[in-house]
Design a protein around this ligand. Sequence first.
Ligand code: TPP
Ligand code: SF4
Ligand code: MG
Length: 347
Amino acid sequence: MSATPTTPAPKTNYIGLSVIDYRGGKTTLCAGCGHNAISERIIDAMYEMGVQPEYVAKLSGIGCSSKSPAYFLNRAHGFNAVHGRMPSVATGVALANRKLMALGISGDGDTASIGVGQFVHLMRRNLPLIYIIEDNGVYGLTKGQFSATADLGAKLKTGVINDLPAIDTCIMAIELGATYVARSFSGDKRQLLTVLKAAIAHKGTAMIDVISPCVTFNDHEGSTKSYQYSKDHDEPLNELGFVPYFENIDLDYDPGTTTNVVMHDGSSLRLRKLGRDYDPTDKLAALRVLHEAHEKGEMLTGVFYVNPEAPSFVDLLNLVDEPLAKLPESQVRPPKKALEEIMESLR
Ligand SMILES: Cc1ncc(C[n+]2csc(CCOP(=O)(O)OP(=O)(O)O)c2C)c(N)n1
Ligand code: SF4
Ligand SMILES: [Mg+2]
């Protein structure tokens, strides 16, 4: 009698889930859009880090990029907000339920054009939030106009030249107070995955600008956000390695060539030097390398700045551990007597 063939059990992660548990709906974005590759890496990072999908809140604005949370983590919470206004919704979510991991997905238009005011104030607060910009230099959803991250001199398919300097969202985020700031490329699987895993281990604002080519409107010659241009100009600042806290593998590293940053949850982010001496905890050095890269025309990628010790907005507000959303009315509403006293004091 022949044995009945059995299907091998799916591989599972640290919390016993398979990668299927992290997937989302079928993408409706263009085939080859960089945003799809970022969704894939988010799925991989959440799976490898053993994040419980039901404890993630996906927040976004408007744009092709902001649609993409529908294509990963089906089991998570989701809120597709108004164009450029995701930061205020994310702030509400992160404060109302600090047990959720807040994951914001935005576009370069959503962040650096219409949303720049909200972005600026979000970065000042060090809210526990992973903020990803899927950066293609154009408004993909409305047919490819330049956004504020488009480089000076970049050319549209129609021949229109961008005559304004670009906003560098990493420089802004570092300057304003974000405590984990990185840039990556949707075409660099390994680097992007590591950047995302370390962001998951970080406790304040992790701002990641991911160059993500728009194959339909900004992938031609003359574009500085195309696949070819990004491949030709990608200059990694450091080679990244990451050891999550639950693996507890004491991999050897040479402190002469590698900087080890212990993240808040005990994970290790290892940054191996590539040619230059660089301290990722030095804010001024981070700003300097980014400005220098602009002068040289390099697309510098890697983790530029990390400060795992800074108090987060939740620490600053001294919030209770219990999610505010779950506290009974008796605990969130001042008693009648307190209100009467306030009224009395205003007489
Ligand atoms: C208040 C408001 N203004 C303008 C629009 C039109 N609009 C929709 S998406 C978008 C730009 C999206 O660009 P980006 O954030 O870079 O996302 P991408 O589509 O490139 O991923 C604009 C201007 C809108 N939806 N709401
Ligand atoms: S229009 Fe551009 S950004 Fe939008 S889905 Fe297509 S390739 Fe992606
Ligand atoms: Mg865009």
